[in-house]
Design a protein around this ligand. Structure first.
Ligand SMILES: Nc1ncnc2c1ncn2[C@@H]1O[C@H](COP(=O)(O)OS(=O)(=O)O)[C@@H](OP(=O)(O)O)[C@H]1O
Length: 359
């Protein structure tokens, strides 16, 4: 609503007008006043234009009011970016003013197929966190590691001082030498590891390879062919997916290098059902305020998984490669797996001093 000027304003305006008229007696001054008037004539529509622009761009508006992650959100909204592109001025979408590239203070190390992508993306909704977009594979890949720490830092997203950069590479969990390398970079590094029912994880792992092969026009092996030793009919101990689900083997290596209070374990099965409760524990672990609530995550019935409300106009689910339908597996084979994992699970529970409802 437009508010009408009050009396005191009127007086001030007529005083200002009187002064202008006095000054207009001098031609030089009248030119200055004219120019000033022209400037105002330009400034008023310009500020009106930018006012509308700011108001319309919900993301930018929200961003400015909370002061976090501005450019990412600007990019998420389309209007402002499009306008700048049309003017030939493309902002470096990942480089907001005042942001820098910082080493991660927290690394999600795995386990593969235990919801690591969901974790990373859900955490990125927090104003105190910036997540990497891709898996960096710095500590597990000698080619990358030999490029040096500066290479690693450059692979991080821009973040503001005080924000926590989070990286995830699920292969870290199973790669020898990684805990030691991370410790060398930062002995205070916070480690997050997500675990899922070991048998379901094997099947999820198989499902991923199955689809990868289909995409490459190759014929995927049947699950039984991978999982069973053709000579004995028993479980194939050389099957990589099975080895990864023997969690205590790899966990032992991490516990030799990092104290237990620096490692947070996520229940990857519960992450699917009740993500906010899992994320809440992580917020606490990272010393952050509780921000990620069910306002930011909602259950998408079509996907059958929780998706994100990035802002008031934008919702996003994980990619199609997450949450695929698993193939039907012979129940006897599942029982065989469960039986096999039971003693290994017990060893893990003892090691981490916590039980999961798997056995
Ligand atoms: N919200 C949400 N949306 C989609 N998927 C979700 C979600 N939360 C957890 N998950 C589970 O994440 C599983 C994939 O795990 P990862 O992201 O660790 O896989 S990967 O190792 O990075 O390939 C994936 O496994 P599959 O179901 O076997 O595809 C999902 O079950």
């Amino acid at each position: 609503m437009y508010s009408f000027p009050n009396k005191r304003c009127d007086q001030a305006r007529s005083e200002k007008g009187r002064q202008s008229n006095d000054k207009a007696q001098n031609p030089e001054e009248s030119l200055t006043i004219m120019k000033r008037g022209q400037r105002w004539r330009c400034l008023v529509p310009l500020s009106f234009f930018f006012g509308i622009l700011f108001y319309c761009n919900q993301s930018l508006w929200e961003t400015l009011s909370i002061g976090a992650k501005p450019i990412n959100n600007v990019i998420a909204g389309s209007g402002f970016r499009k306008l700048l592109e049309e003017n030939g001025k493309i902002i470096d979408k990942s480089h907001p003013i005042g942001a820098i590239k910082q080493f991660p203070k927290c690394v999600i190390i795995g386990v593969r197929k235990c919801g690591t992508r969901a974790l990373l993306e859900f955490l990125d909704l927090h104003s105190g966190i910036q997540s990497t977009y891709h898996e960096v594979h710095f500590f597990d890949d000698d080619k990358n590691y030999n490029q040096g720490l500066e290479w690693y830092r450059k692979n991080m997203p821009y973040s503001f001082p005080g924000q926590i950069t989070v990286e995830k590479t699920p292969r870290y969990f199973i790669s020898h030498g990684v805990p030691y390398r991370i410790k060398r970079l930062n002995s205070d590094m916070k480690i997050i590891v997500s675990l899922r029912h070991p048998t379901i994880r094997v099947i999820s792992d198989y499902t991923q390879i199955y689809y990868n092969k289909l995409m490459k026009n190759e014929t995927p092996d049947r699950f039984e062919t991978m999982a069973l030793d053709p000579d004995t009919g028993e479980l194939n101990m050389r099957y990589k997916a099975l080895q990864i689900s023997i969690y205590h083997h790899n966990f032992a290596r991490w516990l030799k290098i990092f104290p237990k209070n620096q490692i947070h374990i996520v229940d990857g099965d519960n992450l699917i059902i009740d993500p906010v409760s899992e994320i809440r524990k992580i917020e606490k672990f990272l010393g952050l305020a509780h921000e990620i609530t069910y306002d930011k995550l909602y259950f998408n019935t079509t996907r059958g998984f929780y998706c994100m409300r990035v802002n008031s106009t934008m919702e996003r689910c994980l990619g199609a490669s997450k949450g695929r339908r698993h193939p039907d597996i012979d129940p006897n084979l599942i029982t065989k797996f469960n039986k096999f994992f039971r003693p290994h699970n017990e060893r893990l529970f003892k090691m981490i001093n916590r039980r999961f409802p798997w056995s």
